[in-house]
Ligand binder design. Sequence first.
Ligand SMILES: *Cc1c(COP(=O)(O)O)cnc(C)c1O
Length: 432
Amino acid sequence: MQYYSLNKNAPNVSFSEAVIKGLAPDRGLYFPETITPLPASFFENIEKLDHIEIAYQAIQQFVGDEIPENELRDILADVLSFDFPVVEVTDNIGTLELFNGPTMAFKDVGARFMARCLEYFNKNNDNHVTVLVATSGDTGGAVANGFLGIKGVDVVILYPNGAVSDIQERQLTTLGQNITALRVDGVFDDCQEMVKTAFLDTSITDHQQLTSANSINVARWLPQLFYFLFAYKQVKSKRKDIVFSVPSGNFGNICAGIVAHKLGMPIGHFVASVNVNDTVVRYLETGNYDPKPSKATISNAMDVGNPSNFIRIQELFDQNFSSLKDQFSSYSFDDPTTRDAMKEVYDLSQYVCDPHGAVGYLGLQKHGLQDNQYGIFLETAHPVKFLDVVEDVLPIKVGIPEQIQKVLDKEKVFTAIDKYEDLKAYLLDRQK
Ligand SMILES: *Cc1c(COP(=O)(O)O)cnc(C)c1O
């Protein structure tokens, strides 16, 4: 399988090169040259297949022959070692829980898959890669956990001071080994900007291989398509068209869902549910793509003003605005509405949504469900990750799961920086 750059001004590359580079030299996102639908029998028999078999069949064409079958199956068994249940919330709405992994964020699957692929590519050489990542909260923890102890890989995480929760900060500052946390005096956009500047800085990249573990990296992005197949397997017997509502920030997760659809998975509709960062909602209304700086909300993992994967979604719809609008909608909700939705779901069914899941629920409500449709909203984070909001809004105490308890007593270790030159000095100093 070859990948091309969406900026169309760089050579095609293999899967391993796309993973190691992250972004193409022309700054474009990599995109698979072909997406071949799976045989109809795959979907007819999906309830008989286990998660690893489903994942293997779905991802194999994107990896090609660069990872042998037995190795790829081992990687998937490792990555998918927890559950992805669809939990019924009302008669016609369920939630797909993606938060049962080691950091309780849905990014665990993508981060671990990318880490295991890089580990495989580095097995028989002395290559060295630095994963540079900006986080608004959850990416950092999932990446730190996924890459811990991986040979030939160092991870440098930038996060905004005061804008991530205490639990999130502990998840990315307490692991040590090959993981370094840099606390930036600024907001998430500043972190992202510094990372982008570093990728373009030849005084660094001439000497070091930098890559990204954000969802622009194909190995972080593509495995997310498994979630949609796992959900389909669980609700197929309802014989209804599924409307997926995906709480969206950089739009990587929902974009992977559309890839699952391209693989032949029957689907009713996609809803991208967002907070007040509504660039895509405005685009679908006006046809004018006009990104704005991000605004802070209680669903902070979606505080993205210029969603990096939206361009991949446009490519999946052949850059055709009207076919995109046929199958894809997007709705925006503010914080008070999100809090009300958390209460509504709790009153209806005692189900505890985190703020991101609540935005997903709202998207289904706003879109509306016909009799022949079943709605699934994705729960992208465990409520414990947003403890302050959840306990403030709902009359409950959230129990602390074991994997969170483990980091709570550990001491945070980070280096404080406030400008790009600090990051550059840090990266160059390590070489010495
Ligand atoms: C990253 C994240 C999102 C947004 O996912 P995208 O793929 O960037 O759209 C939503 N919810 C949570 C909890 C996240 O961590």
